[in-house]
Design a protein around this ligand. Sequence first.
Ligand SMILES: C[S@@+](CC[C@H](N)C(=O)[O-])C[C@H]1O[C@@H](n2cnc3c(N)ncnc32)[C@H](O)[C@@H]1O
Length: 367
Amino acid sequence: MCPFETWANPRIGGTVIDDDLDLDDARKRYHFALAPEDYERLPFYSALLHELEHDPLALELLARVRVEQRNPMLVLAALQLAALRGHPILGPIYDEARHGVLDDPEGAAKRVLEALHLAPELVRDELWRSTQTNEPGRSAVIQAVVADLASDAPRVNVVEVGTSAGINLYFDEFTVQDHDDGNPLTLVCEDVTPIDRSRPLPEVRTRVGIDPNPLLLTSEEDRRWLKACLWPEQRRRHDRFDAIVAAKPSWPTVTMLRGRAMERLNDAFELVDASSLTIIVNTWTAFYFTDDERARYFAEVSRRCAKGNVAWLSIESTMVRWPHVDLDEQDRHRAASQIVVTRSGGSAVRWGWCHAHGRWLEKTTGS
Ligand SMILES: C[S@@+](CC[C@H](N)C(=O)[O-])C[C@H]1O[C@@H](n2cnc3c(N)ncnc32)[C@H](O)[C@@H]1O
């Protein structure tokens, strides 16, 4: 079984001990939080997850999180948030990790645990939050799929469900290349199958984001949380985030609607230019829906697409199953994200696969 799926599945069982806390389940979630290839790339986070997995306090903290957010990344982000707020022990450790100069990752991980034991509220007080990682790398995938969905539409509206800070509403502002050119705003994506990147992107008329907790790049506290959700050892992601914050004032305006998907979809459609194709986009959002919400969302999106002038693009974990869309169980796809689309007037089909952060993209033949 894919390790990622193991921790990500809120329904996996374990030994339930007193107070209904499932500590076995929490242990597995920490244990499988990283993909195997990440263990080498992220020595500090690997060591820290190892410590958390074996620490009763850390197990309890995770086990108490509401099920849809019971994700080790939330605990890791809470710790990094404390560091970014200037915690005297955590601040220097995370700073060194972000700058690639942390000499002793195992020792640092142990010191983080000591700090957590001295002040568990550093994490406990932040567990009301949601993992809101806003990953711009997904815009490399959005560009390719939107160009395809809008091949006959010169103008589109984009409604992004689960928009976080709305960064991917600017998917057309990024340059996509297959190599790092040193510009933090360049997205590096390997097209595993041929993708016509020369195809012009449609003009975006309206950009609307929906989120229960929309974050503002102009808010210092929101920026801190967004940074806390980025893995400290991935310097390029931090640099890119800073570059986006600097570039944002010159980018077009977006409208952010506060609320859950099904509460605000109608309002979003009130705002779009009805003469242009509207593309509903969700990337790593439906993963956090309840089963009922996911079913209602799919029905609503399908209904709108069937009426015409609306298309749908979904990029989600393989944990998210959509009706009538078969899942390819090939090993190499299990830790990937699946891309599902509905063309205007059509029904849902798999378009392809991509890396969860948009590092590679593969189009399914005939999609
Ligand atoms: C992991 S983040 C992904 C953000 C963005 N889509 C991306 O790919 O960068 C998930 C986002 O979904 C939002 N979310 C969670 N439940 C939601 C719901 N029921 N309706 C709309 N958004 C939701 C969260 O607040 C969070 O900002």
